[in-house]
Design a protein around this ligand. Structure first.
Ligand code: 13P
Ligand code: SF4
Length: 332
């Protein structure tokens, strides 16, 4: 059985090793979790098998809260790189594993730290709020981090006269500005998955399903958000489908969340919102780089590991802890 060298691992981003086809990976992962005192944290956008093996499934806020309090020695992060980095920043003494190091994020990539630093210099009297979907280096340049669950409340917790830069997601930023009535200076970043929904196709779909509720993540463009019956984070969307009496929902976010919606709502129907290009789908190509096989090999080998330089941890920890404090005070 050949195992990759570290060099190969860094090039490919994941361990490639032949797996005995008779193995039950669910059982093997459970055994390894106990053996290594490891916990698997998974985002709602992961493939269903990974969600089903996870110890905790959640949105970005829930995952960071969980990473901050876990007593496990090893955190296996079934999500994307910025999420694993956030876990490492909050629990630097723990080993944080990511099944595929190339599970990045187009939104995080849309905000290179060296350019953001220059942008920030233009607004010296502004406080910097960054969406958690950014690199550790960007967090280190921020005053407060937020997620889509708490962005509105975090802005509202600041005095009205406080000037604010919000980055990197211009769509979330514009939605927060509208909800709070604040004039935010926005960085021009966006998520490739949430920007592709077609207003025209959604209109036609709504005509065919007149009783369906249309629900959207605030990373979607304003023209799409205007059509929504409800806008919220992944947890917000999931709760809405549970609490609302409608039997059909058109869902404008990454398709992974539909697994939990279906589990929580037997008999209800969930229709992914159509993208403008018929060749596209609502899968995040980064989230979906993780597979059950890669997760098994990662926990078995203790690799690939996510590391963050100590000076970045020291700076990035403060704005994340500020977010966790504000969220705890608000009961979020
Ligand atoms: P939430 O799960 O916090 O709503 O974020 C969605 C997302 O885009 C994660 O990449
Ligand atoms: Fe990044 Fe968008 Fe994928 Fe979320 S869905 S990880 S924001 S590219």
């Amino acid at each position: 059985m050949k195992t990759d060298t570290l060099e190969e691992l860094n090039r490919k981003g994941f361990i490639e090793e032949s797996i005995d086809p008779t193995l039950d990976l669910f059982e093997e992962i459970e055994k390894l979790k106990k053996e290594k005192n490891a916990i698997v944290l998974a985002h709602y956008y992961q493939e269903p098998d990974i969600q089903d093996i996870a110890d905790y499934i959640g949105d970005s806020l829930g995952l960071s809260q969980e990473a901050a309090k876990t007593e496990a020695d090893v955190i296996v992060f079934a999500g994307v790189h910025f999420m694993a980095e956030t876990a490492k920043i909050l629990s630097p003494e723990k080993k944080v594993l990511l099944p595929d190091l190339k599970a990045g994020c187009s939104l995080a990539d849309s905000c290179p730290p060296h350019l953001f630093r220059k942008f920030k210099e233009k607004y010296p009297d502004h406080l910097v709020i960054t969406y958690v979907n950014c690199t550790a280096e960007l967090k280190a340049l921020s005053d407060i981090v937020c997620t889509s669950t708490n962005a509105v409340q975090i802005v509202e917790s600041l005095p009205k006269e406080q000037k604010i830069i919000f980055g990197p997601d211009k769509n979330l930023g514009a939605w927060v500005a509208k909800k709070t009535g604040r004039d935010l200076v926005l960085w021009n970043g966006a998520c490739m998955v949430h920007e592709i929904f077609s207003r025209e196709k959604i209109t036609k779909l709504k005509e065919r399903h007149p009783k369906a509720k249309f629900i959207a993540h605030p990373e979607c463009e304003e023209s799409v958000l205007k059509m929504a019956d409800y806008i919220g984070s992944t947890t917000g969307l999931l709760k809405y489908t549970i609490n609302n009496e409608a039997q059909e929902f058109i869902v404008a976010t990454e398709s992974g969340i539909i697994h939990q919606m279906e589990k929580a709502n037997p008999g209800k129907t969930f229709i992914p919102a159509p993208p403008n290009n018929s060749c596209a789908c609502n899968d995040c190509p980064y989230m979906k780089r993780n597979t059950l096989e890669k997760l098994y090999l990662c926990i078995k080998n203790g690799l690939p590991e996510v590391t963050v330089p100590a000076n970045i941890i020291a700076e990035a920890r403060k704005p994340i802890e500020r977010m966790l404090e504000i969220s705890a005070n608000l009961g979020l």
